[in-house]
Design a protein around this ligand. Structure first.
Ligand SMILES: Nc1ncnc2c1ncn2[C@@H]1O[C@H](COP(=O)(O)OP(=O)(O)OP(=O)(O)O)[C@@H](O)[C@H]1O
Ligand SMILES: [Mg+2]
Length: 271
């Protein structure tokens, strides 16, 4: 069920969405945070970055989307990643741990924001916003303001806001980290439905081995100081359901991933 893939030996028939090539990031002449990182993201990947706190996961996402510039190396987005976009020329959406909703806007208007910034009129935006709110189960709460929402509802709003621009790629940085287990399970299932329905490519960060094993088809284990890609674990595409969470396969996968994570963390401690 699991296969180990050596860094860039993955042979996929899917097209390449993005590549990090020999990326090194140094902040203020300190030691590198990431060093010579090579990572290829293929279409329809649900790739999770897993590694200890401070190993550079957020930095990798920020470099990928252009919020940070690599000190050395480069990020390549083939032009095919950006074709056929309707409202979002970048075709890329970001979701962070903090939903970052504007408190003075209700749910509907928060989701409207990225379209409004792209000069889409309220009339044009109305249908896609309603569609995305229905997708995340928040349509009946469209008039609520952020202070009237639970943590899970805020995150759903952030996901609807990320989806409304019809992205091809979503970068998600610990989006469910602050949620209780049951809400997280539910949002995991909803996210997988959306991922399949829209054939998204998702690059996800979590600290939870369980969450990574449930959601991903690939897990990139990143070592600590400097962050290097140690291994990519490839998981089966077996359908993820509540029954799957109780399956032997899932439990074995979690053990396997956990061992790998420990191995690379201890390796660094022993150095
Ligand atoms: N803008 C910045 N300026 C200076 N140092 C930074 C900056 N951003 C990140 N760093 C440093 O880079 C290292 C990696 O940070 P990063 O946020 O990428 O880690 P992470 O793997 O996402 O950690 P966590 O799991 O805790 O979110 C940390 O040591 C951090 O202090
Ligand atoms: Mg982080």
């Amino acid at each position: 069920m699991i296969s180990e893939l050596n860094k860039n030996n993955f042979n996929s028939t899917n097209s390449i969405i993005a590549e990090l090539k020999n990326v090194t990031k140094i902040f203020y002449n300190r030691l590198p945070v990431i060093e010579n990182l090579n990572l290829t993201i293929f279409k329809s990947d649900f790739l999770t970055l897993l590694g200890q706190s401070g190993c550079g996961k957020t930095t990798i996402l920020k470099i990928l989307c252009g919020l940070l510039r690599p000190t050395n190396g480069k990020v390549v987005w083939p032009t095919s990643t950006f074709t056929n976009s309707e409202n979002n020329p970048a075709n890329l959406s970001l979701v962070f741990q903090d939903p970052n909703l504007l408190p003075w806007l209700n749910v509907f208007d928060n989701v409207f924001l990225p379209l409004k910034l792209n000069n889409v009129t309220f009339q044009e935006a109305s249908e896609p916003i309603s569609h995305c709110l229905k997708l995340v189960g928040l349509y009946d709460y469209k008039d609520y303001f952020p202070n009237q929402l639970s943590g899970g509802m805020k995150m759903r709003t952030a996901i609807a806001r990320a989806l409304v621009t019809k992205p091809k790629v979503m970068l998600m940085d610990e989006p469910f980290g602050a949620l209780d287990e049951i809400t997280r399970f539910k949002l995991n299932n909803d996210l997988l439905k959306i991922y399949k329905k829209y054939d998204l490519t998702i690059i996800f960060v979590t600290h939870s081995v369980f969450e990574s094993a449930y959601l991903s088809n690939k897990i990139a284990i990143i070592s600590n100081t400097p962050g290097c890609l140690k291994e990519i674990i490839n998981l089966s595409n077996n359908s993820r359901t509540d029954e799957y969470r109780l399956s032997t396969e899932y439990s074995n996968n979690c053990k396997y991933i956990s061992k790998k994570l420990q191995k690379y963390s201890n390796e660094n401690l022993n150095e």
